[in-house]
Each structure stands twice: as C-alpha cells, then as structure tokens.
Design a protein around this ligand. Structure first.
Ligand SMILES: [Zn+2]
Length: 167
C-alpha cells in the first residue's frame, strides 16, 4: 500500500542534536539543496500545505491522473505517509508524536515519496524504460525509485534555477 515508515527517512536525517551538516550519501546532499538553513523560519499553516505542495508538484510534473491529498494531523511515531491506490489518495502525517509538527521540507519529501507511488501505478511509462517495471510484492520497486529520483531532481533543479527553459 505504500506506507512510508520512518526508517525510510532516518538514513538521510542528522541524528537528533547534531547540527545539519554534510552527510555522506546522495540523499543528504539533496536534502541540503532543498532545505537551506532558513527553511525552519517559515512553516506555513497546516491548511495551506496541500495547496503549496500541489503548486510545487505542478512545476515539476503534470500528473495525468488526479489524486487526493490528505494532510493528516494525527500524530505518528513511525509512519510518515501513505498512498492508497484504490482511492488515489496521498496521505502525509504532519505531526510527530514527540516532536510535534514536522518541518516543511520533511513533509514535502514525504509528499513526493507518496506521489511517486501514485505515478508508479497511474503512469509508469511517463518515467520508465520498458525494462523498469513494478515488481509484484516489492513495496519499493526500481521503477518507484526512478520516479522519485526524477521528481526530486526536477525540484532541486528548479530551486537552483537550472533548466527553466525546458518545458
Ligand atoms: Zn513508499
């Protein structure tokens, strides 16, 4: 069903209390690009999040099949979001049981993750070569990672002002 457990994210987060610094992996670097130090100063109200994320999404990919977004305030400890295929619903849990409201870029990260699941099901051909297929029984297929990587790459390029002329 595409739930996104916290362990999925923890790899790319600095451990609690440590300063945001250079990570070792690719994911850490991309996080720095999309999450400059001033990000924390702006946390939009919860009700504005889905419109904001949809506007961002619109800049990087026009989805062929619409989906619903549920920014769910129920505090969670481990699960960050989910994609519900039959309802075409992207759900993002906005609150952490102990830390409270999750930060904007972390929520957007989860949003992109769940949208990648949506795209994997609804328009696999928009992103993948024919050899990249969803593998039954595997929650995160090669196709999924390819789609998510592409979405993040487009968003990062947009943030850097690269490739604006491409449409
Ligand atoms: Zn997932």
């Amino acid at each position: 069903m595409g739930e996104r457990p916290r362990s999925d994210l923890s790899r790319r987060r600095p451990s609690p209390g440590s300063p945001v610094s250079r990570g070792s992996g690719r994911a850490s670097r991309s996080r720095m690009l999309t999450n400059p130090q001033n990000t924390r100063s702006y946390e939009p109200p919860e009700e504005a999040l889905s419109a904001l994320f949809m506007a961002r999404m619109h800049k990087i990919h026009r989805c062929k099949v619409a989906f619903e977004v549920d920014m769910n305030p129920r505090p969670t400890m481990r699960v960050l979001g989910g994609y519900y295929k039959t309802r075409r619903l992207v759900r993002v849990y906005t609150n952490d049981t102990s830390d409270g409201r999750r930060h904007l870029e972390e929520l957007f990260d989860t949003f992109l993750h769940e949208v990648a699941h949506h795209l994997e099901y609804t328009e696999p051909r928009s992103f993948a070569a024919s050899r990249c297929r969803r593998v039954h029984g595997l929650m995160h297929s090669r196709l999924f990672w390819l789609i998510l990587g592409e979405l993040k790459d487009r968003w990062e390029r947009l943030q850097r002002g690269v490739g604006r002329r491409c449409s």
